[in-house]
Design a protein around this ligand. Structure first.
Ligand code: ADP
Ligand code: MG
Length: 270
């Protein structure tokens, strides 16, 4: 579904060049759920913007559904197939009424009003926000706003959704709501790319990319990534609490390696 080949991105400015993506290579299959983690400035958001050609490679290539993002005639198809959800819901919401906001992308596609209505209703239903159609987005909580932004993407029926730290500004309740949504979209067969600095969230993915200074330095299952506590610490990254606790308890108890979840830790201790 997605393939990057020697993907590089350099931001040029008068202050000098900044290499944000440095020879990145990967492929992502249809329907995969990928998490991307890494410290601030490691290149996660820059990579995110290459998935829908908001940024174009300085060198190398990225193919979305087989289409090269640098070929201008592919742009329409790529943008139709890749939805983006960013960190700050306030900067994503464009209309003064919830249902108009969800309809915005569809209106731009020139879809007929009756179909728009159907799709908006279904999308609001999917994010459990049907009761808020006529509300002003400004009256909603952060989690609700983020769900409206997700409804806008669902209404577009894209095959891929890229989330760039969608829960960073939310409280724990809002975070759970978004994670439930993401899991459901994945279960429906969408390809999910989920950038986060919450390791518990990344642990839900099928595969985790770890970025450092513009490179993907690790690409593996959450279990392999997060049970390597020493390496994560070296990179300045946390691990899920159960993995951390298991690592500490190993100094006193004989515990199996590669414990990732609270349940596995509880079983092992029992
Ligand atoms: P992350 O999302 O992992 O925090 P970014 O992709 O935002 O990382 O940034 C990667 C690097 O590129 C950082 O060093 C950052 O300062 C730089 N950068 C990001 N956006 C720009 C920009 N618009 N102009 C110049 N440098 C940028
Ligand atoms: Mg970022």
């Amino acid at each position: 579904m997605i393939r990057a080949e020697n993907l590089c991105h350099v931001y040029k400015s008068s202050a000098g060049d900044r290499i944000a993506l440095d020879d990145v290579n990967f492929s992502i299959a249809k329907g995969e759920f990928i998490a991307i983690i890494g410290t601030n400035g490691s290149g996660k958001s820059t990579l995110a913007k290459h998935f829908n050609a908001l940024l174009l490679p300085t060198s190398g290539k990225i193919f979305i559904d087989g289409l090269d993002t640098t070929d201008e005639k592919n742009l329409w198809h790529i943008r139709e197939n890749v939805g983006m959800v960013f960190q700050n819901p306030d900067s994503e919401i464009v209309a003064a009424i919830v249902e108009d906001d969800v309809a915005f992308g569809l209106e731009n596609l020139g879809i007929e009003p009756k179909k728009i209505r159907e799709r908006v209703d279904l999308a609001l239903d999917a994010v459990n926000m049907s009761g808020y159609k006529k509300f002003a987005p400004s009256k909603l909580s952060g989690g609700q706003k983020q769900r409206i932004a997700i409804a806008g993407v669902i209404a577009m029926r894209t095959k891929i959704i890229v989330f760039d730290e969608p829960t960073a500004m939310l409280d724990p309740q809002g975070r759970r709501e978004i994670l439930d949504m993401v899991k459901r979209l994945h279960a429906q067969g969408l390809t999910i790319i989920y950038i986060t600095h919450f390791m518990e969230e990344a642990a839900l993915a099928q595969r985790v990319f770890v970025m450092e200074r513009g490179k993907i330095i690790l690409n593996d299952t959450p279990r392999e990534i997060f049970t390597n506590v020493k390496e994560m610490r070296r990179l300045g990254l946390d691990v899920p609490i159960a993995a951390e606790l298991a690592e500490r308890l190993r100094k006193k108890f004989k515990l199996p390696q590669k414990i990732l979840t609270a349940q596995e830790l509880a079983e092992a201790l029992k």
